[in-house]
Design a protein around this ligand. Structure first.
Ligand code: SF4
Length: 349
């Protein structure tokens, strides 16, 4: 059995009863309907997009790790990979939409062979760009030169770090703390998180599996206290609830904990953050050119249900003089049971 498919050595679920024999009982449709009804009751306009500030691009699912919380089930063996042609079409759509941010995700984007060319095109057109990374991939000898290229091009980073101790990080992704620290120190020497707005370095934290997020200010303070003495600087900390899609949903279902987890998320529903959901202010292009309302939906196998369904349809509308921006920025959102993770506490959608 490959290492990334092996069960975690320590109990990952700190709450709830373990039952490895029972599979999910609640139908995904009923939980999705319940979420949509809660949104509709709290804010009827929140079932549709409100703007198109962010164009997210998922370049494929290959990653050098296979974290337990991954909503994309990414791993070293995933074959999904955006072609150069689709990358060029994505850049063409970015030229038309002019989003405030190009947000690049995966998989691990820094492993993707077309990343340097895409960065050159996007930054050459002065598009603000952020790349999400697990940090560890940038520590590989094959990545030497990439951090300095990204710094020269003014590309911001959103780096995943699920803890400030080796043990906390190991719970979700193995022995990744030391190489993550080495990369964070390198980024500090390259000028990241030192006042230049184009060289933002934000950290993304997700709580231990089975736990709901604590307040962001509390965790950010813990991170600063622990990391600054180690020579690490960062701008903001984003707290992202573990989203029950992909590998994380699979683990919950194997343990018979999926329904209980969705119910806990449902109990913590916060209607005040519906205006901030990322699906309402952006759209994602998947590696195959199809559209999803957000990366979590993509991980759950849920593509858009309103407006043009893919890059090629969108470019066709634009080429024939249609208003593609309006069509995408007002589309109805497709909700799934995993959406409850976006409305917990301060939100993480
Ligand atoms: S998972 Fe995606 S579609 Fe669902 S609420 Fe969150 S951002 Fe919106």
């Amino acid at each position: 059995m490959p290492s990334w498919e092996q069960p975690l050595k320590q109990p990952a679920f700190r709450t709830g009863r373990l039952n490895h024999m029972r599979l999910e009982s609640q139908s995904p449709e009923s939980a999705a309907t319940r979420f949509a009804q809660r949104v509709e009751r709290a804010n009827p306009t929140a079932t549709s997009a409100a703007s198109l500030n962010t164009l997210m691009i998922n370049i494929g699912l290959r990653c050098d790790m296979a974290c337990a919380h991954c909503h994309q089930s990414s791993s070293p063996v995933r074959p999904e990979n955006m072609s150069r042609e689709t990358m060029l079409d994505s850049m063409r759509l970015a030229d038309i939409l002019r989003p405030a941010l190009l947000d690049i995700t995966g998989g691990e984007p820094t492993l993707w062979e077309h990343l340097p060319e895409m960065v050159g095109i996007a930054r050459g057109a002065d598009r603000p760009m952020r790349i999400r990374t697990n940090l560890v991939a940038l520590a590989r000898p094959q990545s030497a030169g990439l951090p300095s290229l990204l710094a020269r091009q003014g590309v911001s980073l959103l780096a995943s770090l699920p803890g400030v101790t080796a043990a906390d990080v190991a719970e979700q992704r193995g022995a990744a703390f030391a190489p993550s620290l080495a990369v964070l120190r390198l980024l500090a020497t390259l000028g990241y998180a030192n006042g230049d707005p184009s060289l933002r370095l934000d950290l993304a934290y997700n709580p231990p599996l089975g736990e709901l997020p604590r307040p962001t200010t509390e965790i950010a303070e813990e991170f600063r206290l622990a990391l600054e003495p180690l020579g690490v600087r960062f701008n903001d900390l984003l707290v992202i609830a573990n989203v029950p899609a992909g590998r994380f949903a699979h683990r919950l279902k194997l343990r018979g904990e999926y329904d209980a987890h969705i119910s806990r998320l449902d109990d913590a529903f916060n209607p005040d953050i519906l205006g901030e959901l990322s699906c309402r202010h952006g759209i994602e292009i998947a590696w195959d050119g199809g559209f999803a309302d957000c990366d979590f939906n993509l991980g759950a196998g849920l593509r858009v249900v309103d407006g043009p369904r893919d890059l090629f349809a969108a470019l066709g509308i634009a080429d024939s003089g249609g208003d593609i921006h309006a069509a995408l920025a007002t589309r109805r959102i497709a909700f799934g049971p995993h959406c409850f993770a976006c409305t917990v506490g301060a939100g993480s959608g």
